[in-house]
Ligand binder design. Sequence first.
Ligand SMILES: Nc1nc2c(ncn2[C@@H]2O[C@H](COP(=O)(O)OP(=O)(O)OP(=O)(O)O)[C@@H](O)[C@H]2O)c(=O)[nH]1
Ligand SMILES: [Mg+2]
Length: 510
Amino acid sequence: MALISKSLIKKYGLDKLKNKLKDKGKELLRHTLDQQVTLAVTGLSRSGKTAFITSLVNQLINEGSGTKLSFFDPVHNGNFIAAKRVPQKHFHVPRFDYDSAMSALTSEPANWPKPTHGISELRLAIRYQPKNSILKYATDMATLTLDITDYPGEWLLDLPMLKQTYQEWSKQTHELMKKAPRAEYSKSFLAKLAKIDPFSTASEELLAQLAQEYSALLHTFRHTLGLSVIQPGRFILPGDLAGAPILEFFPFPALEELDGNDYQNAPDDSFIGMLRSRYLEYKEQVVRKFYQEHFLRFDRQIVLADCLTPLNKGKESFADLELAMSMILQSYSYGKSGLFSRLFSPKIDKLLFAATKADHVTPEQHGPMVALLNQLIHQNKHQLNFEAVKVKTLAIASVKATNSGLSKHKGKDIPVIQGRSLAKASAVNSNSANSNISHSDVDESTEIFGHKITVFPGAVPSQLPKDDYWQSSSFNFIDFAPLSGLNKHQCLPHVRMDQVLQFLIADKMI
Ligand SMILES: Nc1nc2c(ncn2[C@@H]2O[C@H](COP(=O)(O)OP(=O)(O)OP(=O)(O)O)[C@@H](O)[C@H]2O)c(=O)[nH]1
Ligand SMILES: [Mg+2]
């Protein structure tokens, strides 16, 4: 880029310069004119990825129709022209279903988009007028191509497996299964494993059946217990691998008593042998392949974290989120000592952590939300070296589903949010019973049966919560439905999506 200077472009004009340049120079110029960013969006299931991408695309393609992007410089400074969806880059990767997501949000009554189960892509072409960069001498209008990839954060939880043998992984996973809250649910599965001789000839059928039970357990951990450390990640989000034998393995506690030699020498057709080879195959064909085929081409990454649901679920769920975050962060551990750098050469230069669903709490709680997320990230900072990556944290709501305001409570003004609950009226009543101030305390006119509620869901701790926090259990938020009356051709209401755009792409549009 430095080779093609402003003065050269000024002196010759762009067309003449193109002719003067030799092939290498032309390549460089083309590269200079084509701005391209590959943005990856991840987070554990239900963290808000689909809502986030839908809102991001919606804000850009409808810019001007009720946009609130004041902190996004290209809009604020007037050099944003327009954005549109264009065919995605990789035809073999499923398309991100923007239209279905928008239809759900704009239907009456409005719904959230359906859960998604794998990777998907969408490409935007963003037109802008270069004002400061070298491009302004070359063209009045430049295009930034933004490739957005949605992929499950669970897949990042598998990275540490790359450095573990099957025996090591099995031991570590079994440790987790022996402890509360997993222990109670794991008992009968572990009892079945205890009856199997690890050196006997494996039955494919039994392996398949046990693998299915292990996957069902992982689903329970995630969806019933609200836990975050789910390994292997593909077992609950298999993408296109559903039913493949590569997903038919599980931890085998009997291995813990074996010495390394017995483990190594176990015949290939024994239980140990079969589980070992599937584990190895999983590491190579699934985990490593994902990093090589997808992760390595991401330029920028946003990691979405729903810290509020684990706060609602309780101490164990929150502790599990802490562990999951530290595992996920290994993928961004770029220091020389980081596992990731030793395995791959990453190129991500900007990393945004966003605490999602900030509209579930009153606005003055956004500061504590960010502080809490910072703590989750920075307690692992000693393992991390972000020297090559710019990192930021924000509290956001991709699609704001509540309105905030003040309400009188015992003669005092207190901050509240109001929205339409997703839960049935009876569930709403019991849900908010523990809140500091329930809907009925606050607003007599609240239509409980119309599911419209006004509530102060509680204070978000700005530190990693200690035992006394869990004992007082002062936090309880409610799931809200999207606001009604949203329109496909207008910008969705949001909290801080402009700051997200500013951090992730504004520097490519100057
Ligand atoms: N109030 C509010 N709720 C949100 C917001 N974003 C997501 N949600 C809630 O979180 C749920 C999950 O959001 P999704 O965007 O589907 O999350 P995801 O990460 O794509 O989930 P999977 O596809 O299952 O991995 C939604 O159904 C909403 O209930 C938001 O900005 N505000
Ligand atoms: Mg999704």
